[in-house]
Design a protein around this ligand. Structure first.
Ligand code: AMP
Length: 216
């Protein structure tokens, strides 16, 4: 199963990706997480990526394309993958096409997770995450039991640097300029399916199954 998830930041792509990965037993490849890990380890890639990420801009295509090419070459991705946050520009979509052609594979689905800007801004500005275990909270809809602390590992929760309002606005502009055009690219090929990003969590697995099986 090879799936690409498209949609604005904060639309719920990551949640959908994890569910689909679990349903089909294939790895979820999340470029944002890979880049944040590189920043945390201060690798050469991380040091270059940090400035772009802090401003809400895309990290240059060549860097991200190499990162993803290496990851797709790992054995666990041979039988499928869920790409979350990639491709994000026409150059990245071309690189993915080349990879697929070279390996004689094709995408099974391109899933568009849609959500309006207002809901995205609310979701991202109130998002808090645990730097240790990665658990995600929302100050109103999914607050931690103890204010500011992770329910699972009692670590102090943090706000992502790029979840501040001015950076969120820039990330949404960049999405419209660079990533949204990919929807028409995949639409022309009849590969797009759409799901709303604000479905209740307990309804999401069944809804994803329906959409991916063509009964959405
Ligand atoms: P995300 O967690 O997907 O919202 O990504 C956070 C940030 O990582 C983005 O604002 C970009 O700076 C960078 N990033 C993630 N994925 C990509 C990508 N495919 N191409 C370029 N930059 C990316």
């Amino acid at each position: 199963m090879r799936v690409v998830l498209l949609g604005p930041p904060g639309s719920g792509k990551g949640t959908c990706a994890k569910i689909i990965g679990g349903l089909y037993g294939v790895p979820v490849i999340t470029t944002g997480d890979m880049l944040r890990a590189a920043v945390a380890r201060a690798t050469p890639l991380g040091r270059t990526a940090k400035g772009y990420m802090d401003r809400g801009e895309l990290v240059p295509d060549d860097l991200v394309n190499s990162l993803v090419a290496e990851r797709l070459a790992e054995p666990d991705a041979a039988n499928g993958f869920i790409l979350d946050g990639y491709p994000r520009s026409p150059k990245q979509a071309e690189a993915l096409e080349k990879h697929l052609q070279k390996t004689g594979k094709r995408l099974d689905h391109v899933l568009h997770v849609e959500l309006e800007d207002e809901a995205i801004i609310d979701r991202l500005s109130k998002r808090r995450s645990c730097p240790r275990c990665g658990a995600i909270y929302h100050l109103e809809n999914k607050p931690p039991r103890t204010n500011g602390m992770c329910d699972t590992c009692a670590t102090a929760l943090v706000q992502r640097d790029d979840d501040r309002p001015e950076v969120i606005r820039r990330r949404l502009e960049v999405y419209r300029e660079k990533t949204r055009p990919l929807l028409s690219f995949y639409e022309r090929r009849g590969e797009i399916k759409t799901i709303r990003g604000d479905l209740p969590l307990d309804e999401l697995p069944a809804a994803l199954r329906r959409v991916l099986n063509g009964r959405g």
